[in-house]
Design a protein around this ligand. Structure first.
Ligand code: FES
Length: 250
């Protein structure tokens, strides 16, 4: 059955009969819980390390600086870096769609009326800050580079090179984060935007084509990489607390 067109904000009904509310509900729960968890982890300052494994929340993007070197700081060192990935995700085009729908009901789904009477788009504070997304991308690239460094370090134990379950989890996490970061719309525009003729810029065209391929799944990379950061921290935390034992594969 096709939905009746909504003609004004006075019409608060929808004729959709499918479970359209599942997606916004999932978004509220996953983003809300992840946000609370990230702040708690940063505040907690404990159990962020186990052997060569380091929680992604405590990866400081400064050469030679480990989170433990910054224990003298009055605030958790995690806060020094947390604002970059959180700002990157909060301004991401995928997350914008997700939280406008789920948190602001703006609108919650296709053919379901929105709640707000006046629509200002992203021209008013604080949503105008979403235009900073490309700058958060510039800041996120070194963060991902340092996470690669941490993931490689996770294969070097006290007795030398080895592979533990945690090493593979950290490697998988940084691969997913790289897909998320490098499927970004702002990066795609940076690579192939503002060109009148692709044939005169073969390298940029090839790069743009490759980014476009992974950009098609950007929403998927956004969700799965968030879950993998969460999972990686939980795994390292539980190992550090002695709740589980990391298995050394060789
Ligand atoms: Fe999602 Fe840039 S659009 S990270």
């Amino acid at each position: 059955m096709s939905a009746k067109p909504v003609t004004g904000t006075e019409n608060r009904q929808t004729e959709r009969q499918d479970n359209w509310w599942i997606e916004p509900l999932f978004t509220v729960l996953s983003l809300g819980l992840f946000g609370v968890y990230a702040l708690w982890v940063a505040w907690n300052r404990q159990h962020f390390e186990y052997g060569p494994y380091l929680s992604p929340f405590y990866s400081i993007p400064l050469p030679g600086v480990h989170a433990k070197d910054l224990e003298w700081l009055p605030i958790s060192p995690a806060f020094l870096v947390l604002w970059i990935p959180l700002g990157f995700r909060a301004t991401c085009y995928y997350y914008r769609k997700a939280y406008y729908r789920a948190f602001f009901w703006d609108p919650p789904a296709c053919a379901v009326p929105e709640l707000r009477k006046a629509y200002k788009g992203e021209r008013a504070f604080p949503f105008v800050l979403n235009n900073l997304h490309r700058y958060f991308w510039y800041l996120s690239v070194p963060v991902v580079a340092f996470l690669w460094y941490d993931a490689i370090r996770a294969f070097f134990f006290e007795d030398g090179f080895g592979v533990g379950v945690g090493s593979l989890i950290m490697l998988g996490n940084v691969i997913l984060l790289s897909y998320y970061t490098f499927s970004c719309h702002a990066w795609r525009h940076l690579a192939g935007g503002c060109l009148n003729c692709f044939s005169k810029h073969k390298t940029r065209y090839t790069l743009w084509q490759r980014i476009t391929r992974i950009n098609e799944g950007h929403g998927f990379w956004a969700v799965i990489s968030m879950l993998s950061v969460w999972f990686t921290d939980v795994y390292i935390r539980l190992c550090s607390m002695g709740t589980i034992t990391d298995i050394r594969l060789f």
